[in-house]
Every structure is written in C-alpha cells, then in structure tokens.
Design a binder for this molecule. Structure first.
Ligand SMILES: *Cc1c(COP(=O)(O)O)cnc(C)c1O
Length: 364
C-alpha cells in the first residue's frame, strides 16, 4: 500500500471561485493566474475548473507552453514578460501576450524579427518598486513601444502593494490614473484583494488578475475568511494515522522534546511531514482535523510525520482520517488560511509548497 497521504484538487471549487471573481467584476475579463504551477495545484489539474476564464496569466515560458499544449487558444499573458531576447520567438510562435516592464525588453522587441504583431502589457511601477516603469518614464516607454512595428496593441497595467489592507490602493490608483489618463488601451490593475475589496480598482479594470481567490484562500485573512468572501477551498491535503501512543504526564513528543504532556494523553502519528510540503515551523496548537474533528498538532514536525492530540477524538486510531487542510469526509472544513496563520505564513505559501511526492487526485 502506498503511504496514505494525498492531495485532492476540487474542480467545482475552482469553478465556483472563478464565478465569484466574475461577480465582483461583471464587466471585466478575467485572467486566471496560474503561475507557480497553478499555486501548487498543477496547471493540467486545474485547467478544466478554470477554462471559463478569458485568459491564463503566468510567468514561466514552460508553463505557457503547457497551457497551449492543453489546447487553449485564447489569451496567455507572461506576467514578468520575457527574460531574454530569444523568448520572443516563443511569444510569436505561441501567440503569448507579454508584460513589458523595462527598457531592455523594449530593446529586445525592437530587434525581434516577426510577422505577427505582439500584444504587450506595459507595466507601471506605481509604488510597489518591484517591476515596471516609473510614472515619469512610463509615457516615453509607451511612445517607444507604440512606434515599433513588432507591437500590435498596448495594454496598461500596474500591481498594488497593499490591496489586502494596510494603506490600501488610493495613492497607486491616483498615480496610475493620472499618468495613463489619455492613453488608449485596456487596463489591468486588480489582483484578488483589489477585486474583492476595492470597487474603484474593479471599475478601472478591463482585465482582473485573480490568483489566490481562485484557489479558495482569502487574500486578507484574518480580516476576512474565505467563507466570508464566499470562496471554497480548491485543495485538500489529507493523510492517516499510522500509529498511536498513550503517554504519561511529563512525557515528551518528537525531536527536541518540545512538547511535554501535562497529563496522561493519547496521541496520533500522522503520515505527513515537511517533505510533503507541510511547514516544519508549524507550532504546537496548529489546527488539524482527525475524523473531521478539530484538534491540534503537538511537538515538532519531522520529515515524514507529525503528531496530533487525540484527546478530542477518543475513538480515533490506526487509519483514522487526518485533514491537514481542506475538506474532511464528514464535510468539516479546515481552511488553509487558518493553518497558515497559525504557522505565521500565508495560504499562498502552503499551497505552492505541496511536494512532488504527494499523490494528487482531481475530483469534480
Ligand atoms: C501573482 C500575481 C497576481 C495574482 O495575485 P493574487 O494575490 O494571488 O490574486 C496578479 N498580478 C500579478 C502581476 C501577479 O504577479
């Protein structure tokens, strides 16, 4: 028998979450963001659930080829554009739309030999200070692109640093609106958080770019839960109990003897560890479901195992179902955001970290 851990991808949840994004921005087209192998889900596995999107956005050329390989003839956008001149050949051949965020990418385009005009998304650095032209240089970059025979159509984009809370998006929105006011072309500004939280960003979007919300995680947890946003988890990570121990008060569990029992207790050993993508830094108290009942992780996460408190589930034992995140068989749900929060990270990181050795099944 294979080791009992497995992940499940829920197509109906992906479909539902995409519809939720559309409801938030009924007049916009939707880029389904599938970078990082669809946030760890697997591009091929999510494709059916997301194929009603208007396009797929990602950043690896290899992933773009896989999307084309699935038969997708619609728009595909490279969110970071090309990394070297010869990438443009693939853009021409596969009709990939690409972001242009720096002068070098314009130089490469100007030198690129092609019969098909490229659709480019010109990126403004409106305050994130990662990729994009400064507001001062944006219009001259636009003019340069506009003069190139290689360029068919220019769209305008920027990315928010604080759409999920904190200082919000007002300053970046104002900057983008001011610099682009009279430029023609479609606009794309909204990630998941901006789509769900900021109607003004949605109003300024011809294309929205939801990622994390498609996968059923709230972009602004704990201010909002995924349920509060009407999102459904698209990934379950489940395993089983492979051993139990009854320990006395004062006994410790796991490497470093970090957990010490306060009273006699039963614990379960679960076939899931950091080599499966479960975070090693998850502390005692991290929520977990056993037979659909909420309990907690205890002691250190090791490579192939974690240990859980069976006090709330006295009937659990060998073979009992353990839900690390997602859906239990009894219908209970453990949100990935709650697990991530307890670990001090985000749902994004947990889903992206799902290890190759975990078998994955896709269900409707
Ligand atoms: C990843 C990414 C997104 C999606 O962000 P989420 O927070 O997952 O919705 C949108 N736009 C760009 C440019 C990105 O890199």
């Amino acid at each position: 028998m294979p080791r009992p851990i497995s992940a499940t991808i829920h197509l109906a949840a992906l479909h539902h979450n995409l519809a939720r994004s559309r409801r938030a921005a009924p007049d916009a087209k939707v880029w389904a963001v599938v970078k990082a192998n669809a946030y760890g889900h697997g591009i091929e596995r999510v494709f059916e659930g997301l194929r009603s999107a208007d396009g797929f956005a990602l950043l690896d050329l290899e992933e773009a080829q896989r999307v084309r390989g699935l038969g997708w003839r619609g728009p595909v956008l490279l969110l970071e554009g090309v990394f070297e001149p010869r990438d443009l050949e693939l853009c021409s051949r596969l009709d990939l739309w690409h972001t242009v965020h720096c002068d070098e990418q314009i130089d490469w385009l100007a030198a690129h030999k092609t019969n098909t005009g490229h659709r480019v998304f010109l990126k403004m650095n409106s305050g994130m200070n990662r990729l994009g032209f400064t507001p001062e240089s944006y219009r001259s970059a636009w003019a340069r692109l506009n003069a190139l025979p290689q360029v068919d159509e220019i769209s305008l984009m920027t990315h928010f640093s604080d759409a999920d809370g904190g200082q919000g998006i007002a300053a970046q929105m104002a900057c983008f609106a001011e610099v682009t006011r009279d430029l023609p072309g479609e606009r794309s500004v909204s990630n998941s958080a901006a789509t769900l939280r900021h109607a003004d960003a949605v109003a300024a979007s011809d294309w929205i770019r939801p990622g994390i919300s498609l996968y059923g995680s709230a972009p602004d947890y704990p201010e909002h839960s995924s349920a509060a946003w009407g999102l459904q988890p698209s990934m379950t990570l489940a395993s089983k109990i492979i051993a139990t121990q009854s320990i006395d008060a004062g006994a410790s569990v796991g490497y470093g003897s970090k957990f010490v029992a306060q009273s006699p207790m039963r614990i379960g050993v679960v076939a899931c560890g950091y080599a499966d993508g479960y975070p090693r830094v998850a502390p005692t108290g991290t929520p977990v479901l056993v037979d659909g009942v909420r309990t907690r992780l205890i002691g250190r996460v090791s490579m192939d195992m974690v240990t859980v408190d069976l006090t709330p589930v006295p009937n659990a034992g060998m073979g009992s179902e353990v839900t690390l995140w997602g859906y239990a068989s009894n219908g209970s749900v453990l949100g990935i955001d709650e697990v991530a929060h307890s670990v001090g990270t985000l749902g994004y990181e947990l889903m992206c970290a799902l290890a190759l050795r975990v078998p994955v099944q896709v269900v409707d």
